[in-house]
Design a protein around this ligand. Sequence first.
Ligand SMILES: Nc1ncnc2c1ncn2[C@@H]1O[C@H](COP(=O)(O)OP(=O)(O)O)[C@@H](O)[C@H]1O
Ligand SMILES: [Mg+2]
Length: 386
Amino acid sequence: MAGGRIELVALSKRFHEIAVDNIDLQIASGEFFSLLGPSGCGKTTTLRLIAGFEQPTTGRILLDGADVSAVPPHKRNVNTVFQSYALFPFLTVYDNVAFGLRNRKLPKGEMDRMVRSSLDLVKLGAFAKRRPGQLSGGQQQRVALARALVLQPSVLLLDEPLGALDAKLRRSLKVELKALQEQVGITFLYVTHDQEEALTMSDRLAVMRDGKIVQLGPPTEVYEEPADTYVADFLGVSNLMEVDVVERGPGSHCRVRLGDAVLSVEHGGQDTPDRAHAVIRPERVRIEEFGSAGENRVPAMVERLVYLGSSTQVFLRLAAGADLQVLLQNDGGQENLAQGTPVSAYLAPDAVRVLSGGTPAADPTAVGGDDAGFDLGRSSASAAAS
Ligand SMILES: Nc1ncnc2c1ncn2[C@@H]1O[C@H](COP(=O)(O)OP(=O)(O)O)[C@@H](O)[C@H]1O
Ligand SMILES: [Mg+2]
């Protein structure tokens, strides 16, 4: 099966308000591409436009180079997997998967072969005779996946397909889904508000906000080099510190003032206003003994410790007033930190980025902050920890 190419050209959809706002996007054959963003940013609408369930207000959609605007959904070589699996409860797993093939008038043997091979793909070969009610949520979602794959679409659209499953199941299905996609070679367009899903599975991803794409690139690039504070925050940066840019250059280097300290920063600051945000990921902050010497060290106090099993979250309060979250791996190497301990936080120049863009992610629930009681300015505390 060859994957289809998707091209969105100046695509917009307006209901009462604009839902998809002038999107240009090209997705390659066989690519695993994700749309990532908070609830309401236009992800589902984009998928429904591609599937043909909605008509664009303006713009075009091309599949393998052909404009499909006038092609009805069932004639587009595209299939969708939703968060709710919508299986027929009274049909067996086998018949649920075979259902879509019924009106294709295939020879019986051919149909049987296709159903069995797609059940094998999702590792449900042994469950063909069961009914959906006799399956776990994860297994039901696999049936939904098999039901979509059996039609041999060139593009599979997946709308938060793991959203209804528990965390552990999500983790294992994530790995399987990626392996499956590589095996079948179908183009996957995956929609999620879960940054971890998007980061682990995608070849490339686009971060959306208010119907627009704000950044597009491979996961490492979007994670390591967020374009602005919105992307940084949505991708799980918990530390946004207000700083003043006091010196720009040379190159991408700059110096910023954070309280009494002046930090040397290797990335950003060229195009930002003087009042900007410095970001550092929790896993990049180093906690050192109080008073340790050298640049980019700021005095801090341990305010709270949260044990997470494989790691510990440390909440620091900087003398400058800002809060800083640190993630320490519990590898046995670290000393015992206690609440109230004065320490020194080392913010390495290559770990800090200065970004513009005032508004952080719009929907804090979408990044799963379960630490709302601790005011970290703009925090998405659990994102880095989950
Ligand atoms: N059928 C519809 N009628 C009116 N407004 C809609 C409809 N579908 C979506 N919207 C609006 O469009 C925006 C984007 O929604 P949606 O694409 O579902 O976002 P997401 O999938 O990212 O959560 C939201 O403001 C939503 O309320
Ligand atoms: Mg949606």
